[in-house]
Design a protein. Structure first.
Lengths: 570, 313
């Protein structure tokens, strides 16, 4: 028997440019006790399906075709009031961000009791009793004490547990979870997923789990629906989809997932989504501007070291005071040492707040270190960040940023964005020459011919990241710092960008420092890795060694949290 | 090289959301048309006004105190030459309004532009450099904000009056006014710009500029400034209305434009003296003109603010 069925639903958002169809002819079924994963990249329409089922579409969106059936009764044509009563009682919802889905002014008890009272009418005592039971079920220690706390007193993971308890208040038969673990750290994500799995089985509740993350799907879903571009591509058992996908899109999606278990040279088959201008280097880089003049007076040391970091520390002032002893500092980076050799890719991995971005910013001169040395090409560059003397060294070092939406100046055309470093450093004799170089650079990073005259907002996230890379290459750097360059991108776009970075490194003989929180990505990209936790490097070893025989407990712990993708074929 | 571009800024504008919501909003269309009509009328005063009010030879005291053409006052009938009647000197009120509005609008526009330039420069400096410079500029702004703008304008006007000889003062009155109003209005621009700059300077494109090695002033002017300018148009429009009002108030108080080169405020003040003796038209018509001008600019400014604010959509 099926719990929920959507029959060919289409959802449209009318606007002055006509109706935008967000979801086209999607048919899904969920059985009691089953977790159906809905997976897709951003803009695929997966969240809209979830919102439509629970009738929380943002106006002016509406279901323009098809029907939704719940326990054999049609629910999409109910009145707004009847739909309101369904929500919470029959269908519960778990939202993405636990920071914002709880009312910060009410205690957990008030929020739970209010919901229970509304749906089950148990009376004061019964409601409180049930609230306590729910808190215990979702695994919150000292539940009776924690009930009277406010949301800000809980950590992110605990808060998401409370949100789950809240979704369970009315004893729903179906739960819709929209990216329930995206805002959480990996270690917490695993606990939450286990909890959701366990609750679905024990309470015989059906669940629709909307996510962009194949790792999450592999972990908990029984069946998977793959969505792309508002349409349903493929539905099937999780193991079948992962190991033997039928649709071309699914194949491409699966192949783009960075594999944690072995290193591959390139991600295959990733051109389904964003057509990349394939140019197998029409020009020979060695003869081109890009390959020339590398300021040969700046020699790499004999042992190949290009960058050396010694006892690097960074502290941020947290509270200011005129009295020295009352000032509070946060030590973001503590006594970090490492060297990077020419031509290698050096990775830094760690959870949020571990200080990895701070290191990148100190090396590139955005922060002045509290103490310690940064030695680049034999020149100490940390103390004085921007004097004419250091400028040639700084030019050899460029950075690719995390957020492609804020890293390009939206008021400038792509041509000017990429040409600016060339003109500033006087790397071209004339403006015409600089513009030619820009066109070649854009071609090199796989942008189409007319890209140079557009503004950044006319491009997708992946394309912007390509522009960002082109800008970084425009100073002819030898050393490229990539600070989470793909964490804001969809997985298939990530694969393309990672391919691009690998190609560029090979062609231009770049040295890279690659920062990421994502271990599988690190494995694909890096030769050596530093594992960081709260400002310190815990382990520094070759990538293969780290993944095969990690030394520190923390590395072992991180590795154990990697999503289990063994089911993926090959 | 960047020549072929069929998406010119103009076509983009007409396809854009701003034009769309403008064409759907009667308030915006009416207030905008009224503003344009007022501006047009004022700046073509030399062409459309029936009399030149600055030409003393054309003024005949025999025509003084005539009521509007359709009414009778004190035994005198209105004269069809003077649509809205004449003042105590025999000057045509309608011509006075057109010339007066020209001066009012000129003073308003100029002081808005000067305030905006001062405010943008100081706001950018404060927001981008931070620290002591920021504190200093913003404290000055706070102090200035604790006095009403009109008081500051009065103060500046008073000081200028003391410094300049009397004959020169009447000649320079308009510049003193512009100076006084601009100085009293920069704070709002500076605050807005500073706030936006502080948001923008933490964005990654600014860091990218730093990594490239660009000097601070290049980053501030070339990268940050274009990204923080859009609120200025809204503030500027609304400030225009209040600058015109400030000008009128100062002139009304007798510290602005002199009666020989009257602005709207001066005209209202002249008429005010005759209000109690029944000659209502001398002050009413300039007053109405001021209300229509300021109201339409203000309403258009309000609409612009709402239309450009994505949160209110």
């Amino acid at each position: 028997m099926t719990l929920l069925e959507t029959k060919n639903i289409s959802i449209g958002f009318p606007s002055r440019h006509g109706i935008f169809i967000a979801v086209k002819n999607v048919s899904l079924t969920v059985k009691p006790g089953e977790i159906l994963g809905v997976v897709g990249e951003s803009g695929a329409g997966k969240s809209t399906v979830g919102n439509a089922i629970i009738a929380l579409l943002e106006p002016p969106g509406e279901v323009i075709e098809g029907s939704v059936w719940f326990n054999g009764a049609r629910i999409d044509d109910l009145s707004a009031e009847e739909k309101r009563l369904m929500r919470g009682k029959k269908i519960g919802m778990i939202f993405q961000d636990p920071q914002t889905s709880l009312d910060p002014l009410k205690t957990i008890r008030q929020q739970l009791v209010e919901t229970i009272d509304l749906h089950l009418k148990l009376g004061k005592k019964g409601s409180n009793q049930r609230a306590l039971e729910l808190m215990e079920q979702v695994g919150i220690p000292e539940a009776s004490l924690r009930l009277d706390h406010y949301p800000h007193q809980f950590s992110g993971g605990m808060r998401q547990r409370v949100v789950i308890a809240l979704a369970l208040c009315g004893d729903p038969e179906l739960i819709i979870a929209d990216e329930p673990t995206t805002a959480l750290d990996v270690s917490v994500q695993k606990q939450i997923l286990d909890l959701m799995r366990e609750l679905c089985v024990s309470k015989n509740v059906g669940m629709i789990l909307v996510t962009h993350d194949m790792g999450v799907i592999a972990e908990v879903a029984d069946r998977v629906a793959v969505m792309y571009n508002s349409e349903l591509m493929e539905v099937g058992e999780t193991s079948q989809i992962l190991s033997n996908p039928q649709h071309e899109y699914t194949k491409s999606l699966i192949s783009a997932i960075p594999r944690p278990d072995k290193r591959v040279d390139r991600f295959p088959l990733v051109s389904y989504i964003e057509k990349v201008v394939e140019n197998e280097s029409e020009f020979n880089v060695k003869d081109h501007w890009l390959g020339q003049s590398r300021d040969f007076d700046m020699k790499v040391a004999d042992d190949g070291r290009i960058l050396e970091v010694k006892d690097l520390c960074m502290r941020f002032q947290q509270t200011n005071s005129i009295f020295k002893h009352k000032r509070r500092y946060l030590d973001a980076v503590k006594n970090v040492n490492f060297t990077i050799k020419e031509g290698e890719t050096f990775g830094i991995v760690g959870e949020s707040g571990s200080g990895k971005s701070t290191i990148a910013r100190m090396i590139t001169g955005l922060y002045t270190p509290y103490s310690g040395l940064v030695n680049f090409l034999g020149k100490e560059i940390s103390a004085i960040s921007h004097t004419p003397e250091v400028l040639p060294y700084r030019r050899q070092m460029q950075m690719v940023f995390q957020d492609p939406f804020s890293s390009l100046n939206s008021r400038m055309r792509v041509m000017n964005i990429v040409a600016e470093p060339i003109l500033f450093h006087k790397l071209a004799k004339t403006r015409e020459e600089a513009e030619h170089i820009v066109l070649d650079l854009l071609k090199l990073v796989g942008m189409s011919d007319d890209a140079y005259q557009k503004y950044p907002h006319q491009f997708s996230g992946g394309q912007r990241q390509r522009i960002s890379i082109a800008r970084a290459l425009a100073t002819r750097p030898r050393f490229l710092v990539c600070d989470e360059p793909t964490s804001a991108l969809d997985v298939s776009v990530q694969a393309q960008i990672l391919n691009l970075l690998k190609d560029l490194q090979e062609e231009l003989n770049l040295t890279m420092m690659f920062i990421s929180h994502d271990l599988p990505v690190i494995r694909q990209m890096c030769d050596r890795v530093a594992v960081m936790q709260s400002g310190r490097i815990l382990e520094l070893s070759d990538t293969e060694d780290l993944f095969i025989k990690p030394q520190s407990d923390y590395s072992k712990h991180l590795l154990s949290l990697m999503p289990n993708l063994k089911m993926i074929s090959k | 090289m960047a020549k072929p571009n069929n998406n010119s800024k103009l076509t983009l504008f007409f396809k854009g959301d701003l034009w769309y919501s403008f064409s759907k909003s009667p308030t915006a269309i009416i207030s905008f048309s009224l503003t344009v009509i007022c501006l047009f009328a004022a700046f073509s005063a030399q062409l459309i006004a029936p009399f030149d009010i600055f030409d003393l030879a054309a003024i005949d005291l025999m025509d003084a105190d005539l009521p509007p053409m359709w009414s009778t006052f004190d035994g005198y009938d209105g004269d069809p030459r003077f649509i809205f009647g004449t003042d105590d000197q025999g000057r045509d009120i309608w011509s006075g309004i057109l010339y007066g509005a020209q001066i009012s609008i000129f003073v308003g526009f100029t002081s808005v532009i000067i305030s905006a330039i001062i405010g943008i420069a100081l706001g950018l400096l404060a927001g981008y450099s931070g620290g002591r410079i920021d504190s200093f500029i913003m404290r000055v702004a706070d102090i200035q904000l604790s006095f009403p703008a009109i008081l500051i304008a009065l103060l500046i006007d008073g000081v200028m009056r003391g410094l300049l000889p009397r004959e020169l003062h009447d000649e320079l009155a308009i510049y003193v006014l512009i100076f006084a109003i601009s100085i009293s209005g920069w704070v709002q621009y500076a605050r807005t710009i500073r706030g936006s700059v502080m948001v923008e300077k933490n964005k990654e494109y600014v860091q990218a500029g730093q990594v490239i090695g660009l000097p601070k002033h290049t980053i501030a002017i070339k990268h940050i400034l274009p990204n923080v300018l859009s609120p200025i148009f809204v503030i500027g429009t609304i400030h225009l209305a209040s600058a015109i009002i400030t000008e009128a108030t100062l002139s009304f108080l007798g510290v602005g434009m002199s009666p020989t080169t009257p602005s709207l405020g001066t005209l209202i003040r002249i008429g005010n003296e005759y209000l109690l003796s029944g000659e209502w038209w001398i002050t009413l018509f300039p007053g109405l003109a001021l209300v229509i001008l300021v109201l339409s600019v203000n309403i258009f400014g309000d609409w612009l603010r709402d239309a450009l604010n994505p949160k209110l959509r």
